[in-house]
Design a protein around this ligand. Structure first.
Ligand SMILES: CC(=O)[C@@H](O)[C@H](O)COP(=O)(O)O
Length: 254
């Protein structure tokens, strides 16, 4: 079970809705992934105009919690404006704060991200903040009261997987709020690894929408996240430098 603010989810996978080859594959991938949370860029949709193209039009939105995100914002002010727009449409009280500080890497601007998160908390949003894997920033965001931290595994859309597992581990260890690894996941093993490290969930988009078979990949991600979580809960064996025999040397019959 994953609890973010007042929201409770059984699935630990959050899925992006953009860049699918077709509405049909988007619908099927979303369905088979078992996700309960769909994120979308408010700026890419005219949520008030039913005549405009709607990325979510093929989905049964009653079945999902919507997580609007502030993608496209480069300042706190822009992010806050986008979030208010999402709230006015009464889609959900959750907001993924995403304030990009660099066009080439799409890495978040830590100062503007913090500013936007604080403002939106004051306005009563359930705030999930996309951040870099900076350990101190993650702690400061938690201290401010955000409801979940979303550290990137690697740059958005890069599919590079977890480039700094140690930072991720530090963030997970110190956090008392959910840690959702967001961005850069390329394969099921990346997702599983993040979950084995103790992440509470994964948000991903490109790895599924850009796969040769998005539907198969969505299912693979679902299974990988479940498997990684189980492995984490089971507790892995410690790493040793040298070998130790697998068979017991005493108390053996025969
Ligand atoms: C959809 C969304 O919110 C993305 O900005 C998110 O960060 C996912 O990144 P990937 O496409 O790398 O999975």
């Amino acid at each position: 079970m994953l609890k973010i603010g007042e929201h409770i989810f059984q699935s630990r996978l959050m899925l992006g809705t953009g860049k699918y080859p077709s509405f049909a594959s988007q619908k099927e991938a979303v369905n088979i992934s078992g996700t309960e949370v769909l994120t979308f860029a408010v700026r890419r949709m005219d949520i008030f105009d039913s005549n405009e193209p709607n990325l979510l039009e093929e989905l049964d939105l009653q079945k999902y919690s919507l997580l609007p995100n502030t993608a496209g914002a480069k300042t706190a002010e822009e992010a806050v404006r986008i979030a208010r727009l999402a709230k006015a449409s009464e889609l959900c009280d959750m907001i993924k704060v995403e304030v990009i500080g660099c066009d080439k890497t799409l890495l978040p601007d830590p100062f503007e991200t913090m500013k936007a998160s604080v403002q939106l908390l004051e306005e009563g949003f359930t705030v999930l903040t996309y951040t870099s894997d900076d350990v101190v920033l993650a702690r400061r965001l938690e201290e401010e009261g955000v409801h979940a931290i979303m550290p990137g595994a690697s740059p958005i859309g890069s599919g590079q997987g977890i480039v700094n597992p140690l930072n991720l581990q530090f963030i997970i260890e110190q956090s008392n709020i959910p840690v959702i690894v967001d961005a850069g996941i390329g394969s099921p093993s990346d997702a599983s690894y993040a979950m084995e490290l103790g992440a509470d969930g994964i948000l991903l988009n490109t790895a599924v929408s850009g796969a040769e078979d998005p539907v198969k990949m969505a299912e693979a991600m679902k299974l990988a996240i479940e498997s990684g979580r189980l492995g984490y809960e089971a507790g892995r064996i410690p790493r040793k430098t040298y070998a130790s025999k697998s068979s017991p040397e005493s108390g053996v019959i025969g």
